[in-house]
Design a protein around this ligand. Sequence first.
Ligand SMILES: Nc1ncnc2c1ncn2[C@@H]1O[C@H](COP(=O)(O)OP(=O)(O)OP(=O)(O)O)[C@@H](O)[C@H]1O
Length: 600
Amino acid sequence: MNRLPIDLRGGTFYDVLAFTARHWSRQPTPLTIIIMAVLASTLADVLTPLYSAHLVDAVSRGAAAEDTVWDEAILAFFVLVGLALSAIVMRTIAFLYISKLTLKMKSDVASDAFRRVQRFSTDWHLQRLAGSTVRKITRGMSALDLLNDSILIALFPSLIMLVGSTILLGLYWFGMGLVIACGSFVYVALTIMLSLGYVAPAASLANNSDTRLGGALADSISCNAVVKSFGAEVREEERFAKILAKWRCHTRRSWMRGTINSAVQGLTLVVIRAAVIGFALFLWSRDQATPGDLAFVLTSFFVLYGHLRDLGMHVRNLQRSVSDMEELLEIEGQPLCIADRPGARPVRITTGRIDFKNVCFHYGNSGLPLYSDFSLSIKAGERVGLVGPSGSGKTTFVKLVQRLYDVNDGVILIDGQDISKVTQASLRSQISIVQQEPILFHRSIAENIAYGRPGAGQSEIEEAARLARAHEFIARLPKGYATLVGERGVKLSGGERQRVAIARAFMANASILILDEATSSLDSESEMLIQAAIERLMIGRTTLVIAHRLATVRALDRLLVFDSGRVIEEGEHAALIRRPGGIYRRVFERQVLELTKGLV
Ligand SMILES: Nc1ncnc2c1ncn2[C@@H]1O[C@H](COP(=O)(O)OP(=O)(O)OP(=O)(O)O)[C@@H](O)[C@H]1O
């Protein structure tokens, strides 16, 4: 991948800072307290050299010089102790409040990102690895610590110190103030240029590799069953080693640039240091400076020097945290693709009539339309079977009903309401779907079933499980309904997963029911048992059943035979099998033949 151009990096930097400022503005009180406390503690640091100079001047005049010398020395002593104490108290207050600010920001950022990721379109999720997305969010969250500390506790006081000390020095000795101001300016400009233009692009590349590494790890680990079944562990390790090598190369380059950056900063500081000490000695040699003056200048400079040295580190930390947050911000900035329109209202599905009117649709990355000027009506409560060859558009049809994709033209109505104008959550919560490969949460079986109706009691859950013929196998599990099902439900067999998903659909009690090869993983005996339950579930609901096995759909009210995004035959099973030369008839005859061959 190419390096990002510098102007884009600048944009990213600005975007991250704007994002951070937006989050700060949500917490004005802690932010004000932090700023005030940091200002006060920095002021104490700025004033310290001034009172050190008073002390040195008083001491160098000798104890017996005047009566006031001792009082001046004592006063300077107490002021110095007081300044040190107040700096510690103020810094502690700043730390306490920055913890509060950062923790709240972290939880806000995590919940905003989660909220957004959940609402991204199906396509968005299909194009990304879950592991990479998780890595982007967690890395961004961790970076917030460093970002807040770098700006509020480190850079902000350092800059005040820099400006304050330079002004104070300038007032004391104009020439010295000028030398330090020029030196500091060159140092800060160099630090920012190197960090943004030299280190940041490499860090960004290293982060991309890190995200890819996370995605690759999650992909291989989640497909471990496939890896095992092909005995492909070594192959996967080799693949991972290649990704690791790239990650190592990019990360090494990023670290190298960081090291070179800090060496250049260190050298610049040595030059400034030599100039300041040399200039002070020059003034002293010409009797233009007292020991107190020298003490003031050198103490001021060394405090400033510490801040300048740290400034380099803080800018590097800031750049690192900005790079780490870059990908999190991408999540913020990406469009949802399928979004609720402003003012969208919940859909009210009462009868479940579905109308496709002149629908045109193609998947984003495919130029060829799948549906062109497609019109179809499904009556309220009708039970419709969707059949046809693989890739003919059956699953896409039900995805469009759920508005997982927006149509390119035309309109889809449910009970007369345009589904593109209603809220997505209200639409999908009134459509139950059981998929061929149902996905379950790694939660208890009871929680998975109750997902269709939050707050359902144990008796309702068991009732749904009984209807779906799942109760028997659940009761046999050591922990029964409290059994955890493993990631995506992997600890259950395909048939068991389908029965839990059917129970979940029973619970949802939605007006529209979609069964996408919902019983394909069941043995014929279980399918027969469940079929009765499913038939009960269909009563009073508009039902769309996708099936390759025609036995599953033959009893339905109407069958739609799909081919390349068109309905080429439709009617009842009995009528379709009588149609001479019909596709449905041909498929039916082939399936009957296969069945009889199996019996022989
Ligand atoms: N997310 C996607 N992006 C691009 N093309 C897709 C996407 N999903 C499906 N397609 C394509 O759209 C066409 C219709 O797919 P669809 O899943 O609707 O077929 P289907 O009839 O349900 O097939 P099957 O019976 O095998 O499940 C296919 O050519 C498929 O490759």
